[in-house]
Write a protein that binds this ligand. Sequence first.
Ligand code: CDP
Ligand code: CDP
Length: 224
Amino acid sequence: MAKNIQIAIDGPAGAGKSTIAKIVAEKLGYTYIDTGAMYRAVTYKALCTGIQLEDAQALEKMLRATEIRLQPSQEGQLVFVDGENVSAPIRSNEVTANVSQVAAYANIREILVAMQQQLAEQGGVVMDGRDIGTHVLPNAELKIFMSASVEERARRRQLDNEKRGIPSSIESLIEEIALRDKKDSEREASPLIQAEDAMYLDTTQLSIDAAAEAILKLAKEKIA
Ligand code: CDP
Ligand code: CDP
């Protein structure tokens, strides 16, 4: 019987993790889990309820009383907070600008990491984030660290924004992405770093299909 392995994909914003992870999961018949959506969901609820983002204890109290549910769907993973579908609002610029602050708190990470580990327990998952290979699933059979130049990642975000009708300058996107990379890489709790046993994949000049194919080839070797 084919093994149900765990595939961990980490890397900075705009590297292509979620797009490529979704394709890999679909081709393997695996579940795709977007852990960034969970940090976004916590940030979104805090912003909606007026909880101070500087107050890690208040955020923890709020999170312990919150139900976060991930649901696979045709369009990808849906996110529910206390039963409300928040899949779209968690992608707002306001959430994006504040999520790294919330994600830096060790007490918040501890709760979300436990949920992520439970979701991946049976294998058959492709999970993307920042600390999946280093912290959440240290025994994952396949680990990928995906990156691309900051200019290319900003260009991709600009195209995504255009599609959503949001005007944005490339300079401001480079600045915002670089700042988030810095916060995510320099925080004390599970910073964004490449796991020793992760394969580095630079997607700057790699198409989505070529990147997905490369990962699928490695995954099939592990599964066989
Ligand atoms: O899609 P994008 O690359 O913009 O970001 P995301 O994957 O939705 O993650 C949003 C933020 O959540 C990141 O910038 C990190 O601050 C945090 N995050 C994290 O700390 N650990 C994870 N495993 C996933 C996300
Ligand atoms: O999840 P992450 O933030 O790493 O990136 P993403 O949301 O999957 O990708 C950001 C954008 O870049 C999406 O619109 C992708 O379609 C696009 N992309 C691309 O054009 N070429 C790649 N090799 C990878 C992603």
